[in-house]
Design a protein around this ligand. Structure first.
Ligand SMILES: CC(C)(C)[C@H](NC(=O)Nc1cc(F)cc(F)c1)C(=O)N(CC(=O)NO)CC1CCCC1
Ligand SMILES: [Zn+2]
Length: 188
């Protein structure tokens, strides 16, 4: 079971390296790790389990964050109804060798800024990202997939793809005007 101790420290070199492409057929151990990464997200979003194992409620996790230099990440993002009950997953996917094949010029940024499971502190400022992206990737079985995302879902997936390129969210913050969106950025 993955817990917070499996996350490498923020300054660990692997978090600043380009991860390696996953070879198919994917080896059993890496497949099990990917499934465990998804399970970590599910556990972290279950308040009882999160409290029991002191997990930060995560929506996405990339292999380099747990010391594995492979191009693979999991996203588990549920939709909620007005009572706040989980309805169905908006994204429940393990992305292998993902590639952004097109993106909008317009940008969005979470108005409260971003955080990261690998960064145990607040870093103030907005993180502008393309509002819409089209991502090509393989699933664990090796099937080629293509997904179009926008807004929050696009932000989550771009945050994870950044991890595979050694980029952390605060690299995108303009330290001179951390809370100032450009004219092409909409706060969401
Ligand atoms: C860093 C942390 C605050 C834990 C962040 N969670 C989050 O933003 N909120 C959240 C949590 C849920 F469980 C369900 C939900 F819909 C929203 C997160 O998981 N990440 C993922 C990460 O660090 N991946 O490497 C950071 C987010 C910042 C922008 C997108 C992902
Ligand atoms: Zn992160």
């Amino acid at each position: 079971m993955i817990t917070m101790k499996d996350f490498v420290p923020e300054k660990e070199p692997i978090l600043r390296e380009q991860a390696r492409p996953v070879e198919f057929p994917i080896n059993e151990e890496l497949k099990e790790t990917a499934v465990a990464m998804r399970q970590f997200l599910i556990n972290s979003q279950d308040s009882e389990t999160a409290e029991k194992y002191n997990l930060r409620p995560g929506v996405g996790v990339a292999a380099p964050q747990i010391g594995i230099d492979q191009q693979i990440f999991a996203v588990y993002l549920m939709d909620y109804d007005e009572e706040g009950n989980e309805t169905e997953p908006l994204i429940d996917e393990i992305f292998v060798n993902p590639k952004i094949i097109s993106h909008a010029v317009q940008k969005v940024a979470l108005k409260e800024g971003e955080g990261c499971l690998s960064v145990p502190r607040e870093v103030p400022g907005i993180v502008p990202r393309p509002k819409r992206v089209t991502v090509k990737y393989n699933d664990l079985e090796g099937n080629e997939k293509k997904i179009r995302l926008r807004d929050y879902e696009a932000v989550v997936v771009q945050h994870e793809i950044d991890h595979l390129k050694g980029i952390l969210f605060y690299d995108h913050i303009d330290e001179k005007t951390p809370w100032e969106p450009d004219e092409d950025t909409t706060l969401i």
